[in-house]
Design a protein around this ligand. Structure first.
Ligand code: NAD
Length: 257
């Protein structure tokens, strides 16, 4: 393993995103994965040995990475970020599905190290968010529905990205705040409602559509991730950007700016 650029530790190295991050890092010279852990044993990924995640605190102290990149689950993410904060290691968190208490725990860690969180590390989604905010503001009175589609192994629903898009819509349209998840039986649309739909099928990396419909005017804004590599690339861009910054909470839009 060459050791150049920002030194990155990857948690959940055996997961879909963890693997993708390690493989993407192997193709770039601004970051190097110097530590990878997983909760269960897995073979080396792109030439990087994967250690036992239970030993993360000791391994962070030993290998002293610059940034930890976490795509795992909410419980483990909070635990790993706390360990990183203890070791003085910055964190890029892509995990989604946190409870409010877990969000607070992540914010606490940001008091001692830089923590950058994003429900989606794709540049296309960043552009979609801006387009959705502008469209929602420009089309008062329109009905809005958010639909996301992901692979059949995704745990949380709706996706973290759908929740982010809902926040964006609500900021532009404060009259819409009632999330209706799917519809069944007699379920006419009511005022103030935003329909939210989560589809799970095959190995789809991630699709998000925001539908804005008025009378005889329909606008559909859609983003499709062609592969998980786009998220891995964005997370590594974030890691390279975050290294050496002051403690605090950061957003992916700051990286893109
Ligand atoms: P995955 O199921 O393929 O992998 C999850 C990994 O986390 C595995 O290595 C698993 O062992 C580990 N893990 C899960 N729960 C754990 C626990 N309690 N303790 C220890 N390890 C645990 O999932 P994935 O598709 O790689 O997605 C991981 C997370 O990243 C999800 O929250 C997903 O929504 C999110 N995600 C975010 C983005 C983004 O751009 N921000 C993109 C894709 C996925």
């Amino acid at each position: 393993m060459t050791d150049v650029g920002v030194r990155v530790a990857v948690t959940g190295a055996g997961g879909r995103m963890g693997r993708e991050v390690i493989e993407a890092a192997a193709d770039r010279d601004d970051v190097t994965v110097t530590l990878a852990v997983n909760r269960s044993p897995v073979d080396a990924v792109a030439g990087v040995d994967v250690a036992d995640a239970a030993k993360l605190p000791e391994l962070l102290a030993e290998s002293d990475p610059d940034v930890l990149v976490d795509f795992t689950g909410p419980d483990s993410s909070v635990e790993y970020v706390a360990a990183a904060a203890e070791a003085g290691v910055a964190c890029v968190v892509g995990t989604t599905g946190f409870t409010e208490a877990q969000e607070t725990a992540l914010a606490d860690a940001a008091a001692s190290v830089p923590v950058l969180r994003a429900s989606n590390f794709s540049r296309g989604i960043a552009a979609l968010r801006r387009a959705v905010s502008a469209a929602a503001a420009a089309l008062p009175g329109y009905d809005v529905e958010v639909t996301e589609t992901h692979h059949n192994g995704k745990v949380d629903a709706p996706s973290g990205t759908a929740l982010t898009l809902l926040d964006d819509v609500e900021e532009a349209r404060p009259d819409l705040s009632d999330h209706v998840h799917g519809r069944e039986g007699d379920a006419p649309r009511t005022e103030g409602e935003i329909g939210v739909h989560a589809r799970r099928a095959g190995d789809i990396a991630g699709e998000h559509e925001v539908l804005l419909a008025g009378d005889e005017n329909v606008l559909e804004l859609t983003h499709r991730a062609g592969s998980r590599r786009v998220f891995a690339a964005g997370a590594l861009d974030a890691a390279a950007w975050l290294a050496g910054r002051n403690a605090g909470t950061y957003d992916f839009t700051e990286v893109l700016e």
